[in-house]
Design a protein around this ligand. Structure first.
Ligand SMILES: Cc1cc2nc3c(=O)[nH]c(=O)nc-3n(C[C@H](O)[C@H](O)[C@H](O)COP(=O)(O)OP(=O)(O)OC[C@H]3O[C@@H](n4cnc5c(N)ncnc54)[C@H](O)[C@@H]3O)c2cc1C
Length: 496
């Protein structure tokens, strides 16, 4: 896969758009300036509660996508093979894949044509190898990491901001041409008989199919767990903002800024940041338009959202970034790690409901897009064949198709990564990433993209120890035994 990837030159920054209806494309300040800024926006900031960007109301009201969907005719009681709950990236991608093989699919979502709300970023190679490199609205040939005030690392791996609208349109077009039906409603209840399942929607409709796949995101209540859900949380506050000026290089996205000099005059924030650090993530689109996100990589219990925003305000002030307009804002809350749902069970999951978020980073879109075809194959093998594989054998095949033993074991390792990060303070975290990004790129690329085998992960651990500073080694030796023992225990349980 790697061999196919050609690093993008700076001339490829703004990838042109197939779909002229993209409200955010191409991403330039001028696009946003077409909309009239709120009157007296800067005046309001000066005379307001926080005196900074936290007072600005996000201006963008996302418009629904204009597209003709095949609506399900509920009066006809059509026979369905598969119901997908949710039209997020996971649900649409799976529906599109499965329907390629003539399997009858219905996707149920309260608003299938709404814009996805989150800002998605991804390593360019992760989408390129899926043939989706036209789904970025901006790419940067390099990423950077400020370990501290003295050390910055430059990562030779292109990164991009996913064009949500282009990706969603592509998936919707595929769904429509493959005959996927859509039903606009919220699923309330899921029921199972021996060889058939049904969903009841908030409009009173009941739909039946051989299999239900829950793609309704992290807060799903349809997928069950048989272990305590002891996950950590990634929490972040992000804004797409028009600014007077900013200090970021336009040819690099800032993956992590762990500097804390902005908290010099904020003793209480500094103390809490030393214990539970947050970093800045930034995607500079041009000299006035930037996406900024203050992020707690992982915490348990979750770090307060208010604290994140205050730290962000202090950071932007220190960097001299004056926000003129907030175009979009997002609250990011991602459960990380923790156990997988019960395997197997009658409801299948994909995306946030199926444990696909990377336990150490929270990234999920590229991985879901890569795994949806694999799950689709297992589903088609059962539902598309005349062998009538239904009920328990079906659930067993599809869950094990998505989560075969090797993938479950490697997930334990990534969860071990998360448990280790949870134990590190600011200095420990800095030392960790200093060593991590010094690793052979094959290792750190593979780790961040969840594509290493168990053996490669073991090699990575040894190499990481070798690259670590003495204080980092002490951290590993003193803080890792408990998570390590937990991982070993889980590996044994999974393997039995
Ligand atoms: C703010 C934020 C930023 C993120 N940024 C990134 C990133 O940069 N890169 C990355 O890889 N990952 C990112 N993630 C993580 C992850 O990729 C996203 O959460 C992603 O949207 C999950 O996709 P999904 O399809 O599983 O669920 P969702 O995107 O949450 O979609 C679920 C869909 O199901 C529908 N639904 C919910 N309940 C029901 C119901 N009862 N009946 C019918 N439909 C229902 C919802 O309306 C929604 O359309 C981010 C997450 C968040 C929260």
């Amino acid at each position: 896969m790697e061999a196919l990837i050609t690093p993008l030159s700076s001339s490829t920054f703004s990838i042109s758009h197939k779909h002229s209806y993209c409200s955010f494309s191409p991403l330039t300040t001028s696009t946003f300036l077409l909309k009239k800024p709120h009157k007296n926006a800067s005046h309001r900031v000066q005379n307001s509660k926080y005196g900074n960007f936290l007072d600005l109301v996000p201006e963008n009201k996302s418009e629904p996508i204009k597209f003709d969907l095949n609506r399900l005719d509920t009066s006809k009681r059509a026979r369905l093979d598969l119901i997908v709950i949710g039209a997020g990236p996971a649900g649409l991608c799976l529906a599109e894949r499965v329907s390629r093989y003539g399997v009858r699919v219905c996707c149920v979502d309260p608003d299938p044509l709404s814009m996805w709300p989150n800002n998605y970023g991804s390593w360019v190679d992760e989408l390129s190898c899926l043939g989706l490199d036209d789904c970025f609205d901006k790419t940067w040939p390099m990423a950077s990491v400020h370990v501290d005030d003295r050390k910055t690392k430059y990562l030779d791996r292109p990164y991009g901001r996913i064009n949500r609208k282009t990706l969603k349109m592509k998936l919707l077009e595929g769904c429509v041409s493959n005959g996927v039906k859509f039903h606009k409603a919220k699923v309330w209840k899921v029921d199972h008989q021996e060889f058939e399942s049904s969903v009841v929607c908030d409009d009173g409709t009941e739909l039946k199919a051989s299999l239900i796949v829950d793609a309704s995101g992290f807060s799903s209540s349809f997928v069950e767990y048989d272990k305590p859900r002891n996950h950590g949380y990634q929490i972040a506050h992000g804004i797409l903002a028009e600014v007077d000026e900013h200090p970021f290089d336009l040819d690099k996205m800032l993956l992590m800024d762990w500097r804390d000099s902005h908290l010099g005059n904020e003793p209480s924030l500094r103390v809490s940041n030393s214990r539970l650090p947050t970093f800045l993530y930034a995607m500079p689109f041009d000299s006035n338009l930037v996406f900024l996100e203050e992020t707690s990589l992982v915490s348990r219990p979750v770090l307060s959202y208010k604290e994140i925003k205050l730290r962000m305000a202090a950071r932007l002030r220190h960097m001299g970034i004056k926000v003129k307009r907030v175009i979009e804002s997002e609250k990011c809350l991602i459960p990380m790690g923790g156990p997988l749902p019960t395997i197997p069970q009658p409801v299948m999951g994909i995306g946030g409901t199926a444990g696909l978020a990377h336990p150490s980073t929270g990234y999920m879109v590229a991985r879901t897009l890569a795994l949806a075809p694999i799950l689709a194959e297992s589903i088609v093998e059962c539902l598309g064949s005349t062998r009538m594989i239904r009920g328990q054998p079906l659930y067993h095949r599809v869950w094990n198709g998505l989560w075969p033993l090797e993938r479950r074991l490697t997930r334990e390792y990534y969860t071990f990564g998360m448990e280790t990060l949870l134990k590190l303070d600011l200095n420990g975290t800095r030392n960790f990433f200093d060593a991590f990004f010094d690793l052979n790129p094959e290792y750190w690329h593979g780790f961040l993209s969840s594509r290493l085998s168990l053996m490669e992960l073991a090699m990575l651990s040894l190499s990481l120890f070798g690259h670590s500073s003495n204080s980092s080694r002490i951290d590993i030796v003193t803080k890792c035994p408990a998570p390590l023992a937990k991982m070993m225990g889980n590996l044994v349980v999974e393997s039995i």
